[in-house]
Design a protein around this ligand. Structure first.
Ligand SMILES: Cc1ncc(CO)c(N)n1
Length: 220
């Protein structure tokens, strides 16, 4: 069995929970209150900045020059997503400079990015790939599932369009194939650790929707 298939199956319960989370069904039918989406979006901008750092650490730990170069292209892709989507949405959601200046990441955004940075700093290239893959792949599957949905809220329609597109599918497939190639050349102990990275990221993806839905804040 392909390693990616093994990981996808191991993570299925948490992925299914993401598909049916009220944050996602609320984007699909337009019933998600915008203030919750705004909370998610501000934390997602923070998340993507850390994600790009982790991809760049992947470029640094990559096994060959071609892979370093591709990982650097993926860093730019994250920057492009941040620019095109987040800047546009900031205006539409009315995120002010004051709000931006006062922003502190919510506990889940902090924990998830800390998990990625830990994988990147303490692991090898395979750990990085396993940890970052749910981010690409889960969003693609969600984008695909939501393709038929036409919520009244234009922001939600754009959000759905952004993750269901062909350009995103190609990026995801490239990283899935990369992970499978790496998995062939490492030990079973490495693969077990990589599976843990993937599962933890998958759990945090679920928690990230919940963070937005509950407008999660630090307890005190
Ligand atoms: C938390 C999170 N995971 C994945 C993606 C997809 O890029 C994103 N924007 N945010």
């Amino acid at each position: 069995m392909l390693f990616s298939k093994r990981l996808r199956e191991a993570a299925d319960a948490s992925w299914q929970a993401s598909f049916t989370h009220p944050f996602i069904t609320g984007i699909a039918d337009g019933s998600l209150p915008l203030d919750r989406f705004k909370h998610y979006m501000m934390n997602d901008a923070y998340y993507l900045a850390c994600y790009a750092q982790v991809q760049a650490l992947g470029a640094a730990k990559a096994p060959d020059l071609h892979t370093s170069s591709r990982m650097a292209v993926h860093v730019q892709g994250t920057y492009g997503a941040e620019l095109s989507m987040h800047e546009k949405f900031s205006g539409m959601l009315g995120i002010t400079d004051e709000e931006r200046a006062a922003f502190q990441p919510a506990p889940t955004a902090y924990a998830y990015t800390s998990h990625l940075l830990r994988a990147a700093y303490t692991g090898h290239f395979g750990d990085i790939m396993a940890a970052i893959l749910p981010c690409y792949w889960l969003y693609y599957e969600i984008g695909e599932r939501l393709q038929g949905a036409t919520p009244e809220e234009p922001i939600y329609r754009e959000w759905i369009a952004a993750y269901g597109g062909d350009w995103f599918r190609d990026l995801v497939q490239e990283q899935v194939d990369r992970l499978d190639r790496i998995a062939e050349g490492v030990t079973e102990a490495d693969r077990t650790r990589m599976e843990r990275q993937f599962l933890i990221s998958s759990q945090y993806e679920y928690q990230f929707w919940d963070m937005g839905y509950r407008k999660e804040a630090w307890p005190v």
